[in-house]
Structures are given as structure tokens and as C-alpha cells.
Design a protein around this ligand. Structure first.
Ligand code: HEC
Ligand code: HEC
Length: 114
């Protein structure tokens, strides 16, 4: 009887710990993301109006030539925002290969309207 009660209390304690651990991780994640160049809302940023026509002109390769990682740097063009690590194979720009799920930039990043 007593032993059962203690076990149940023990479980409650462990669950509470696990829960607060998750909360701590969640808040760590939030503060880490605020150091990136955009506030991470989970929404893909629009292409600036000035990008109008670029997808039609050169698609993935053209986008990559400024925003992607290459021997010239990550991003290749200084003023462009780097493509997030999540877009690369193995989640790493070191591969310099886009994950196939991210090659169609235009599906998630339409051009902003004026
Ligand atoms: C000639 C280099 C160049 C090319 C090509 C280019 N971009 Fe950009 N892109 C930039 C620069 C520079 C900025 C930053 C502009 C600014 O902040 O006003 C930018 C901004 C963006 C942004 C906004 C990022 C943010 O965090 O707000 C997105 C999204 C984007 N580009 C996507 C694309 C896509 C998709 C393509 C291909 C269709 C592309 N770009 C082609 C240079 C380029
Ligand atoms: C499946 C949807 C999807 C596709 C396809 C996609 N992106 Fe993104 N992209 C996102 C999301 C979501 C974000 C917001 C940042 C984040 O949380 O990863 C983002 C962020 C970005 C940013 C902003 C980075 C920053 O720090 O401001 C750039 C630049 C970018 N993507 C470029 C590209 C380019 C170039 C392509 C094509 C090679 C591409 N994306 C394809 C979803 C996508």
C-alpha cells in the first residue's frame, strides 16, 4: 500500500521534471533564434519586389548563386541572406547540396507585391 503510493508520487515527480525540461529547451530555442537575421516565425520570407523575374530567368541555380554556400563563402554574395542550414542535405551547408525538398524555392518564397 505505502510502496504503491510512493511509486506513484515518484512517477509524478519524474513527469514534472521531464515537462519542465521540455519547457527549458523550448525557451532556449526561442532565444537562440532571435540571433538570426530574421525573427523565426516559421514562415518563409517573401522575395523582395526587386527579385521579380529572377525565378523565371534562372530558377534554383540563380537563387543559389547568391544565397547558397560555395567556395566564395556562405552566402556566396555578402549582402544576400544565407540559405538556412535546414535547406541543405544532412541539414548542413557544408554539403553545398540542397535537400531535394527545398529546390523549388518559388513554392515557398513568392515575390512580394508592391
Ligand atoms: C544577384 C544576387 C541574388 C539573386 C540571384 C537572388 N537573390 Fe535573393 N536576395 C539577394 C539580396 C542581396 C537580398 C537582400 C535584399 C534586401 O535585404 O533588400 C535578397 C533577399 C532575398 C530574400 C529575403 C530574405 C529575408 O530574410 O528577408 C529571399 C526570400 C530571397 N532573396 C530569395 C531568393 C530566391 C528564391 C531567388 C531566386 C529566384 C533569389 N533570392 C535570387 C540577392 C539575390
Ligand atoms: C518547403 C518550403 C521552402 C522551400 C522550397 C525553400 N525555402 Fe527558404 N525558407 C523556408 C522557411 C520556412 C524559411 C524560414 C526560416 C526557417 O525557419 O528555416 C526560409 C528561409 C529562407 C531564407 C532566409 C534566411 C534568413 O536568414 O533570413 C532564404 C534566403 C531562403 N529561405 C532561400 C531559399 C532558396 C534560395 C530556396 C531555393 C533553393 C528556398 N529557400 C527554398 C522554406 C522554404
Amino acid at each position: 500500500m505505502n510502496k504503491n503510493t510512493r511509486n506513484r508520487l515518484g512517477m509524478t515527480f519524474v513527469v514534472a521534471l521531464a515537462f519542465s525540461g521540455t519547457m527549458m529547451l523550448a525557451s532556449c530555442g526561442t532565444s537562440a533564434s532571435s540571433t538570426s537575421s530574421t525573427e523565426t516565425t516559421g514562415m518563409p520570407p517573401l522575395q523582395p519586389v526587386l527579385h521579380s523575374g529572377r525565378w523565371e530567368l534562372g530558377a534554383t541555380d540563380l537563387c543559389y548563386s547568391c544565397h547558397g554556400a560555395s567556395s566564395a563563402g556562405n552566402p556566396t554574395v555578402d549582402k544576400a541572406q544565407a540559405i538556412p542550414e535546414s535547406h541543405y542535405q544532412d541539414g548542413s551547408s557544408a554539403t553545398m547540396q540542397l535537400d531535394s525538398g527545398y529546390s523549388q524555392c518559388i513554392n515557398c518564397h513568392p515575390v512580394a507585391q508592391e
